[in-house]
Each structure stands twice: as structure tokens, then as C-alpha cells.
Unconditional design. Structure first.
Length: 255
């Protein structure tokens, strides 16, 4: 039977390198964890929370499943959610999917014969409901990516509707639910609208059916910084006598 000894060897090399570079690393890791974020993500092996966020172990509390689905009867995710809020005092919940998700691709297919199809049923039903609209997207890659975005927005609404989160908001805990999507092709996170911070904000959200028909524009931090920089540019009102180039002094006319 293969013992995967090469993985143990890699572990030894990793532990020794960590200790050499940072002698206190494992001492800090052995202390009580105090993460600031709950990450609800996809099981895809290419999308690991700490790596894509650039954070060390201990800073993110992680729950992953196929296609980052939130089933409100799933004791696993509900236990994670309650533990994160009540015991770890986490205030930021990040629902993060990714473009090109194999689970969403499966939900869009006509294959329906495996246990995973029961798991994917919520997104399958949403796709069937809006199939004519979504199938009008001619490019299959663009159609899949659009459905990946819709899925995240659906799961944000489901998290926000759990009694655990509702009770936290009623107690005025500053819980924020973020819907993000990760681009495997470029490594960038994109926000799908602002975070949800209260019962009032949740109830004011557009329905998921409306969002299918009127999608939000995903926004990376690069795009956000560009928009902010552009907004800071004020109109330039040259003074009389301003000379933009030799011999072309500006003379302001009266009204």
C-alpha cells in the first residue's frame, strides 16, 4: 500500500524552513486562534483562502464545499457559522466562489445521476427557472461565469436568512456578509456589490430572480482604485493669462 512518504518528507522540509525563517512561527500557531474572517468557499484545490488573501494560517476560519453552496439544513455549515460568530467573534463572513467552477458547470449540464446533483439542486433549479435568459448568452464560458456570479449572490442571501445571522443582527452585532468571486485566470478577487450589514439591508436587496436579469458588475480592487482616482480629478479652470504654450495666452470672455 502506498504510504505517501514523499508528502511526509515535504512536511519535514516545510516545517524546518518555517522554523529557520521564523523561529517563533509554530509557537504563535500553537496559541488560541483568533481569525477575523469566515471564508465559505469552493472545494476547488486551486482556490485556498489564505493564499488568495495573502494571509497567514490562523487569520481565516474556513468552510469549503462543492460550489460554495449554503444549505440551510446542513448542520456542518450551520455549526461553522455559529462557532465563528459566537465563539470566535468573527464579524466578516465571505462567501467566495470562482470563475470556471466545475460544480456550477455540472449544474448547467443535463447529467443528473449522482449524489452531487442533490447537493447542487438549488442552483440547478434557479438555472432551470431562467434558462431561456441565461442560454441567450452565446459564449458557454461567459454563461458559466455568469452563473458562478449568480450562485454567490444566492448563497449570500441564504446566509443572511439563517436564524444564526438574524439573531446576531438583532443583538446589534456588526456582522458583514461579503459576496466575492475569484478569477483563477488572473488571481484577482472581485466584489459582487457591497456587503450586507443588517436585516434592513438584507430585506432591501434585490431578489435573486431580479439579479439574474439585472446583474451587478464585479469589481476588483484595481478597478475600484481606478474609479476612486478618476473621481478625485476636479475640473481645471484656467486663470486669465494662462499660457498653455508660447503665444497662446488665454483671455477669458465676459458673460
Amino acid at each position: 500500500m502506498p504510504m505517501l512518504d514523499h508528502l511526509f518528507d515535504r512536511n519535514v522540509a516545510w516545517a524546518q524552513a518555517k522554523t529557520r525563517d521564523d523561529p517563533d512561527y509554530f509557537r504563535r500557531m500553537a496559541e488560541v486562534q483568533s481569525p477575523q474572517y469566515l471564508w465559505i468557499g469552493c472545494s476547488d484545490s486551486r482556490v485556498t483562502a489564505n493564499d488568495v488573501l495573502g494571509l497567514d494560517p490562523g487569520q481565516v476560519f474556513v468552510h469549503r464545499n462543492i460550489a460554495n453552496i449554503v444549505h440551510t439544513s446542513d448542520m456542518n455549515i450551520l455549526s461553522v457559522l455559529e462557532f465563528a460568530i459566537e465563539h470566535l467573534h468573527i464579524r466578516h463572513i465571505i462567501v467566495c466562489g470562482h470563475y470556471g467552477c466545475g460544480g456550477i458547470e455540472r449544474a448547467l449540464s443535463d447529467e443528473k445521476s449522482a449524489l452531487v446533483d442533490h447537493w447542487l439542486q438549488p442552483i440547478v433549479m434557479l438555472y432551470r427557472k431562467h434558462r431561456a435568459h441565461l442560454d441567450a448568452i452565446a459564449d458557454p464560458v461567459a454563461r458559466l461565469d455568469r452563473m458562478c456570479e449568480i450562485n454567490i449572490e444566492l448563497q449570500v442571501r441564504r446566509i443572511a436568512s439563517t436564524p444564526i445571522v438574524e439573531q446576531a443582527w438583532l443583538r446589534e452585532l456588526p456582522i458583514m456578509i461579503h459576496g466575492w468571486i475569484y478569477g483563477v485566470h488572473d488571481g484577482l478577487m472581485r466584489a459582487l456589490g457591497p456587503p450586507v450589514r443588517s436585516l434592513a439591508e438584507r430585506d432591501a436587496m434585490a431578489s435573486i430572480d431580479a439579479r439574474v436579469l439585472d446583474p451587478v458588475e464585479p469589481e476588483s480592487m484595481i478597478r475600484r482604485h481606478a474609479i476612486e482616482a478618476f473621481a478625485e480629478i476636479t475640473s481645471f479652470e484656467p486663470a486669465e493669462g494662462f499660457d498653455c504654450c508660447d503665444g497662446h495666452a488665454l483671455k477669458l470672455e465676459g458673460p
